[in-house]
Design a protein around this ligand. Structure first.
Ligand SMILES: [Fe+2]
Ligand SMILES: [Fe+2]
Length: 275
C-alpha cells in the first residue's frame, strides 16, 4: 500500500487491482484531516488488514467521525464494517439507496448512518463537504464531494483510468502518465464503468459537465486515478469525448480461455472448459 499527501489535509491510501488485458487500476481511499476526521472510501477487501494498520496509524479510532462512502461497490467497501466496529463515534455517510445496498451484505445500524443527498453539505467542524452527483458513475448511490475550505474534489469512480504499469499507480500526479495514454485510459474507463455513456445525448451530457467546470477544483482525487492537480478543465474535455470512444466489450469465453493461457503458460492444471 502506498501512502501519500496529494492535497492539503489529505492522506491517500493507494492500492492497485490488475485488470488482465487492460492494465492496473488504482484504488485510492482518502483520509481528510478535518476538525472532524473523514475517511473517504475504505479500500479493497483483500488488503483490509494492511489498510486498517495504516489507517489507525494516521487517526485514532476514537477520533474518526465520518466514513464517507462514495458508493457501496466492493472496491470502496473493503474495510467498512471493521472501521464502523473499531470507531464508535464514526458515522457512515451515504444515501438511502447506498445504505440499503450495503445492508444486503450486513445490517448497518440506523444510528450509525448519516444520509446525504446531492446538493446537501456535511458540516465536519472546520469545513463543509458539498455532495454532488458526478457526471459519470456506475452505481445509483454514487455521490462525490467538494471540500469547501480547500476546493479539493473527491470524485469517486469519475475520471478514473487504468495505468499501463503498476509503478504509475503510485504517481504523485497524473502528469507522470504519457498524455495520450491518460486520455485513452480515461475514455476507456468511462465507457467500461459507465456503459450507458455511449448512448447519451451528447449535448445533454456536455451540459452536465458545466457545474464541475465552473467549480474548477484545484485538485481532483478520484478513487481510480493518481492525483490530478490543476487539470479539471482538461479532464472534463477528455470526458466530453468519452461517449464517442469504442464501447467496452469484455472477453467472451473463447477470448477468456486464450487470456488464461497467456497469463499462466507454465501451469499444468486443468483448463476451464469452453461452454
Ligand atoms: Fe463503482
Ligand atoms: Fe470504483
Amino acid at each position: 500500500m502506498h501512502i501519500s499527501h496529494p492535497a492539503p489535509d489529505v492522506t491517500a491510501l493507494t492500492d492497485a487491482v490488475p485488470l488482465p488485458g487492460i492494465g492496473f487500476l488504482p484504488v485510492n481511499a482518502h483520509l481528510l484531516h478535518a476538525e472532524q476526521p473523514v475517511l473517504v472510501d475504505t479500500g479493497l477487501r483483500a488488503a483490509s488488514a494492511e489498510f486498517l494498520d495504516v489507517l489507525w496509524s494516521l487517526v485514532d479510532p476514537a477520533d474518526l467521525r465520518w466514513i464517507y462512502l462514495t458508493h457501496p461497490d466492493r472496491d470502496h467497501t473493503g474495510s467498512v464494517f471493521e472501521i464502523l466496529e473499531a470507531a464508535p463515534s464514526a458515522r457512515l455517510v451515504t444515501t438511502f439507496l447506498g445504505m440499503g445496498l450495503l445492508s444486503l451484505e450486513r445490517p448497518v445500524p440506523p444510528d450509525r448512518v448519516y444520509l446525504l443527498n446531492p446538493g446537501q453539505s456535511l458540516d465536519v467542524g472546520d469545513r463543509g463537504l458539498l455532495a454532488f452527483r458526478p457526471p459519470v458513475y456506475d452505481n445509483p448511490a454514487t455521490t462525490a464531494i467538494i471540500d469547501d475550505r480547500t476546493g479539493t474534489c473527491f470524485s469517486s469512480d469519475c475520471f478514473g483510468a487504468p495505468m499501463t504499469s503498476r509503478d504509475l499507480v503510485e504517481s504523485d500526479d497524473v502528469a507522470a502518465i504519457p498524455h495520450a495514454d491518460l486520455i485513452a485510459g480515461q475514455r476507456l474507463w468511462a465507457v467500461l464503468d459507465s456503459p450507458w455513456l455511449c448512448e447519451v445525448d451528447r449535448n445533454l451530457f456536455h451540459s452536465s459537465l458545466h457545474p464541475l467546470r465552473d467549480a474548477d477544483p484545484p485538485v481532483v482525487l478520484s478513487t481510480h486515478l493518481p492525483p490530478a492537480h490543476h487539470r479539471t478543465a482538461a479532464m472534463l474535455d477528455t470526458l466530453a469525448g468519452a461517449p464517442d470512444a469504442p464501447p467496452y466489450i469484455g472477453p467472451d469465453q473463447e477470448a477468456f480461455l486464450r487470456l488464461l493461457t497467456e497469463l499462466e503458460p507454465a501451469t499444468g492444471g486443468p483448463a476451464p472448459q469452453n461452454g
